[in-house]
Design a protein around this ligand. Structure first.
Ligand code: SAH
Length: 255
């Protein structure tokens, strides 16, 4: 049993966690191996916030340092992702039920996707906490609240009207998925995946190995197709900072 009550917060996109770093009180910055870890308080809750950088290796190294040096008892990862599931739209939020590394392949020695020696392909998030968090995110995304938080031109531009909060599988790999071919290949192999990103399953594996519960929250910034790079860039600059800040502020009370 871990006696600490410190929560670790990681994000792959600086825009998203900058909002939360700016809201911390009594902040102390520690630099370790190219990352700045910000210890501080969100209300009464002690947290450590860090920008993981992009990709599975960067995220795994960052979360391992966070767990070893800062004694955190739970991990939240927040970021954006490309939607690939049916009816997963830009502006929706996916809360991970489980996560898989779609580029892990030691076949024919092991089944495709299985992480050797661990013998697992899917890593679970903390189910109870993830489900509880969904209700809070739904409230943030209610149309009235969203209109207060985000410029109406941006909501129109991304066709965000009634965003959904979904619970399901997240697929992670070291690729920005931005062609219809990549997207179709991925969906054919993992038809249950709701979205694709580059860090979550690595964080979930490290947390599993340390025995620490984790939650992964992804806002859909693009549809992992030929329009992805344009949609991703402007979504990150214009919308995701607000999503990130509001979601983290709200869910921290539940943790
Ligand atoms: N802006 C960065 C690159 C970002 S890569 C640069 O210029 O270096 C995309 C980031 O958003 C990753 O953190 C990934 O987890 C997430 N993401 C969003 N859409 C994605 C997609 N379609 N495919 C893969 N990752 C995606």
């Amino acid at each position: 049993m871990n006696a600490s009550n410190v929560i670790g917060i990681l994000g792959a996109i600086p825009q998203e966690i900058n909002g939360i770093i700016n809201s911390l009180t009594s902040v102390k910055e520690t630099v370790i191996s190219n990352r700045s870890y910000y210890e501080g308080f969100l209300g009464e809750q002690k947290v450590v916030v860090v920008y993981s950088r992009i990709g599975k290796v960067a995220a795994a190294a960052t979360v391992a340092t966070l767990l070893l040096k800062f004694d955190v008892c739970k991990v939240v990862f927040i970021g954006v992702a490309g939607g690939i599931g049916t009816d997963v739209c830009v502006g929706d939020v996916v809360v991970a039920k489980d996560l898989i590394q779609y580029d892990m392949d030691a076949s024919p020695l092991r089944p495709k996707f299985e992480v050797p020696l661990i013998g697992k392909s899917y890593f679970n998030s903390d189910q109870e906490l993830s489900i509880a968090i969904m209700d809070r995110i739904k409230a943030i995304l209610s149309p009235d609240n969203l209109n207060e938080l985000i410029d109406s031109d941006d909501l129109k531009k991304f066709k965000i009207k009634a965003p959904k909060v979904l619970f399901g599988t997240i697929a992670s790999g070291d690729q920005f998925v931005s062609t219809n071919e990549q997207r179709s290949r991925l969906l054919a192999e993992l038809p249950n995946a709701l979205c694709v990103e580059m860090e979550g399953a690595a964080v979930a594996q490290v947390c599993f190995e340390f025995g620490i519960p984790c939650v992964v929250i992804r806002t859909i910034s693009d549809n992992a197709n030929h329009e992805a790079s344009f949609s991703f860039q402007s979504f990150v600059e214009e919308v995701s900072i607000v999503y990130g800040r509001e979601i983290l502020k709200t869910i921290i009370e539940l943790m």
